[in-house]
Ligand binder design. Structure first.
Ligand code: SAH
Length: 245
């Protein structure tokens, strides 16, 4: 996959891509990253990328010409999606992430100041994504959130191909809790089922914990989840235990 970011602050993106899984992604060749500054597509002497809003008011708006020229140059393949980071977009979910991870290219557009000229959105933008109902100063942090979520699904990135499938949200449930050594820490013991290591018992404990967590914290997810007959039995057990308590 190609991942290109269009931003007035390329260092913010380039720096963050140097670490941890992002570095592994690049080294393993699972994704190729490009970072592009629309300023390099300006044609005037002062390389101006923003201007005052029509109709007046505070703040600056990113001009359409350099942005459009930049995006048009950066798009390489027919199955590319131009994604605008904006608080007015759809709130990012794992479903968006899964869909984007199947594309040949994602071009992520970061706004700044008041945002971008509306015509850029009309002409080129396929997806508008928000990372939550709050307003940031620029699209760079949201772009990094999106890119991190997408590239970790690419084949070979997590090492163990099953670990992404078990994550929270992948099957509509929150994931079970995790433990590592020691078996007892400050009086808190690791659940016996996990220590004994019987595969079936471990799987059952994990699934039940996952259902319990989702029930307690995100009943909205549980209501929509695709549950098996075993899941229903485990939920009945959970309900019976709650009555006993
Ligand atoms: N005036 C705009 C907000 C501009 S914030 C409005 O009211 O809609 C400046 C830039 O930060 C935006 O162009 C966008 O790229 C980014 N941004 C801010 N908050 C965001 C969020 N919650 N999700 C995604 N991008 C965001």
């Amino acid at each position: 996959m190609r991942v290109d970011v269009v931003t007035l602050f390329p260092e913010m993106i380039a720096h963050a891509l140097q670490f941890s899984i992002m570095a592994r992604v690049r080294d393993a060749g699972a994704a190729v990253f490009g970072v592009h500054n629309p300023r390099d597509w300006t044609t005037d002497r002062h390389r101006i990328v923003d201007d005052a809003p029509y109709g007046g008011g505070a703040g600056m708006v990113l001009k359409p010409e350099p942005l459009v020229a930049c995006i048009e140059d950066v798009v390489r393949v027919p199955d590319a999606a131009v994604v605008l980071m904006t608080p007015q977009g759809e709130t990012l979910t794992q479903a968006h992430v899964r869909r984007l991870a199947r594309l040949g290219q994602m071009v992520v557009l970061c706004g700044h100041y008041e945002g971008i000229d509306e015509r850029v959105r009309e002409l080129l933008v396929a997806d508008e994504i928000s990372i939550g109902d709050y307003v940031l100063t620029g699209g760079e942090l949201p772009a990094l959130v999106l890119i991190d979520a997408v590239v970790r699904l690419l084949p070979g990135v997590l090492g163990n191909d099953t670990s992404a499938e078990e994550d929270s949200f992948e099957d509509g449930l929150l994931e079970h809790p995790h433990y590592t050594r020691p078996p007892e820490f400050r009086g808190l013991r690791v659940p016996e089922e996990l220590i004994e290591g019987d595969h079936a018992a471990v799987a059952r404990w994990r699934r039940k914990s996952s259902l319990l967590r989702t029930l307690r914290r995100r009943p909205d997810l549980l209501a929509r989840a695709d549950l098996s007959a075993t899941d229903r039995e485990l939920l009945a057990e959970i309900a019976a235990e709650a009555v006993e308590e």
